[in-house]
Design a protein around this ligand. Structure first.
Ligand code: FAD
Length: 623
């Protein structure tokens, strides 16, 4: 595989550390921002593209405010417009189409491809096509009684088809996970380097099984970590604040304290132990460290989204892009070439020209950043909602009987012009943390096998974990895996800055993300791998086939204490938005739930569609 040479790239800004509340003064040039994007349909859309980021900042900075902009009226009027083409927006389009057969729906998304955080990267390594998630990864077989079971079934997702690569060859077989989240078993390892007094690096294999033997950490830290692990191997489930159902006294208590406080009180951990070893790993699904998050975010998904744990977490080869593609295939059958089997939906080429075509009841317009949503007249009396979007360098106007805002809090709060005060207030309590997902394609993983590892975790440098995963065979070749197989190792890089107020942590992290050039991240990742694996035979020049960076400026909703159940007797901000759809506008996206999970994207979409039904029926016919 060819790797681009970024050494001559123009450097406009480099790691300028800016303080909280101040935005980056100079943004990276395209060549420093994007880097290598892989191959295939997703090659031009790794993470938030630079265009998406620039348009988002223009909205925030009021560039589109006021008069004097030339706007082309497309003359189109849809029954429903959905802002955002992630899983929530696509699911909303599907629910809308099912409840309003034949009615016209337009999905507007600012990226070059649908899917939002559920997109994938594709590599071609030594003649083999590899896929990895850009963001959203694992999916969870639902309980058969669950609404979601019927939903997945209706879009053709058959859980029995998740069969994974099998071990082949003479090398000692090792257990490999199906998703990128480690389980801490016998083939896991902790790495300790210079921060722990070992510049040469020390690996502790099977750290939990060996009671952290040989780990160069203080006796106190060892005792605390083992005690927590022993109290419950899946932390947090048998203590006195264990909630039984969403909204009970225990869950409300948990939502009133930080996760850090809860870990300290419940497990006797010191703050230092939490911040050194569990932050941001603990709470990694919410983007920040335990000190900033509501303790309830460790429990909310389990309580609200129980699933068939026996079947284990599953993963499409490119993560939850598989879910997005299945929904799309239902909406516009010609949008992905081939038939409707899981293999074809996973492997088929996206037919971009059929996404936005007139005879289809649902149309999807890409590269379109919505800059304004407003009722045409006073809410309650208007016939339509006007939606303005930027595409290319031009501005367009379309109209709809109703609008669902599925793009997320980070833009919704800016673009809905007649947003009621209660909603505006609620959105001011949404904090979305940045995340960098780095997919590192390696030609083989012999350097891990020699160490006896398939899961690695570390506590210094860049990133904090990688996990070898076997891939679902309906979507990828070959059907086997061994240490000689090329694979993609995913590093999730979070930016927790413990001790600072939540928004300051986020702004600092985002500044780092927006101002660090591709080549600097590439160098840091190569150095991290070299420090950890050179002694087991890793050679960055030989073994790394490609690195793709997916920069997510507003990746995770990070729920602060009070997010779920509110404070002072008032509902939490997500609940306010659920209850306050107004006239022709309703709100979706996973962030309303405080749980970053694609199942919430689907459930919030379903509710939002039911809320706009009356407005659609009241609106005049589509022109
Ligand atoms: C790193 C990471 C890992 C994750 N891992 C998992 C996982 O393993 N399992 C899981 O279930 N969930 C996971 N998630 C959660 C993930 O958020 C959801 O699974 C789901 O993909 C979110 O879908 P959504 O439609 O709600 O939001 P999004 O995916 O954010 O979709 C919103 C879309 O709207 C676009 N948009 C926003 N504003 C505008 C505008 N003004 N105009 C036009 N378009 C706009 C956005 O750019 C985006 O494309 C993960 C998230 C991240 C960030």
């Amino acid at each position: 595989m060819e790797r681009r040479d970024f050494l001559n790239a123009t450097l406009l800004a480099s790691g300028s550390a800016l303080l909280g509340g101040v935005t980056p003064l100079s943004i990276l040039a395209e060549s420093d921002w994007t880097g290598f994007g892989g191959v295939g349909d997703y090659a031009e859309s790794n993470g938030n593209t630079r265009n998406v980021m620039m348009a988002g900042h223009a909205i925030r900075d009021g560039v589109f405010e006021g008069k004097g902009h030339e706007i082309t009226d497309t003359g189109e009027r849809f029954d429903c417009i959905i802002v955002g083409g992630g899983i929530s927006g696509l699911a909303a389009a599907l629910f809308f189409g099912r409840s309003h057969p034949g009615k016209a729906c337009l999905v507007l998304d600012n990226h070059p491809i649908f899917g939002g955080e559920a997109k994938r990267n594709e590599f071609e390594v030594d003649g083999r096509r590899l896929m990895a998630h850009q963001g959203s990864a694992a999916c969870f077989p639902p309980l058969s009684s669950d609404f979601l079971a019927g939903f997945y079934d209706s879009v053709g997702i058959d859980w029995d088809q998740f069969r994974y690569q099998e071990w082949t060859g003479s090398a000692r077989e090792m257990e490999i996970q199906t998703a990128p989240y480690g389980v801490g078993g016998p083939t896991s390892g902790f790495y300790f380097g210079a921060k722990f007094g070992h510049p040469e690096g020390v690996w502790v294999s099977n750290p939990w099984g060996t009671q952290l033997a040989g780990a160069p950490i203080s006796r106190q830290a060892r005792r605390e970590l083992l005690q927590m692990r022993e109290t419950d191997r899946k932390p947090f489930s048998t203590h006195r604040f264990q909630p039984k159902e969403h909204g009970d006294a225990a869950s409300r208590h948990l939502d009133s304290v930080t996760l850090e406080r809860h870990l300290m009180d419940t497990y006797g951990l010191s703050r230092e132990t939490v911040r050194t070893y569990l932050s941001p790993i603990s709470g990694g699904g919410s983007g920040l460290g335990a000190d900033a998050l509501s303790a309830y975010c460790e429990y909310a998904a389990d309580l609200l989204l129980p699933w068939d744990y026996k079947k284990g977490a599953q993963m499409f080869p490119g993560g939850n892009t598989g879910v997005a593609r299945h929904i799309l295939k239902q909406l516009i059958p010609g949008a992905i070439s081939g038939g409707a089997s899981m293999a074809e939906i996973c492997r088929g080429a996206v037919q971009f020209s059929s996404l936005d075509q007139a005879p289809s009841a649902t149309r999807i317009r890409l590269n379109a950043t919505v800059i304004s949503v407003q009722h045409a007249g006073e809410p309650g009396r208007s016939e339509t909602v006007e939606v303005l979007y930027e595409l290319g360098k031009n501005l367009y106007r379309v109209r709809a009987g109703a609008v669902i805002m599925a793009g997320g809090s980070w833009t919704t709060k800016h673009i809905v012009r007649d947003l009621p005060a209660a909603c505006r207030e609620a959105y001011s309590h949404f904090h979305r943390a940045p995340c960098l997902m780095a997919n590192v394609a390696v030609r083989n993983w012999r350097f891990l096998h020699r160490l006896g590892l398939t899961e690695c975790q570390w506590f210094e440098g860049i990133g904090n974990s990688i996990t070898v995963r076997k891939v679902a065979t309906f979507g990828t070749d070959p059907a086997t895996i061994n240490p000689d197989s090329p694979t993609v190792l995913t590093m999730k890089i979070l930016f927790s800055k413990p001790g600072l107020p939540i928004e300051e942590q986020i702004v600092r992290g985002r500044t780092e993300l927006l101002t660090t050039p591709f080549r600097d991240y590439e160098r840091l990742i190569r150095e991290q791998f070299t420090a950890m694996f050179a002694r087991s035979g890793f050679d960055a020049n030989r073994d790394i086939a490609g690195i793709i960076l997916n920069r997510w400026g507003h990746a995770y909703l990070s729920p602060q204490p009070g997010f779920f159940f509110g404070t002072d007797g008032k509902p939490g901000p997500g609940e306010v938005l659920r209850q306050n759809s107004y006239d022709r506008v309703a709100f979706a996206n996973s962030d309303l739930a405080g749980i970053m999970d694609h199942r919430m994207s689907i459930l919030e979409a379903r509710r939002a569609v039911s809320q706009i039904a009356a407005a659609v029926d009241r609106a005049g016919p589509v022109i």
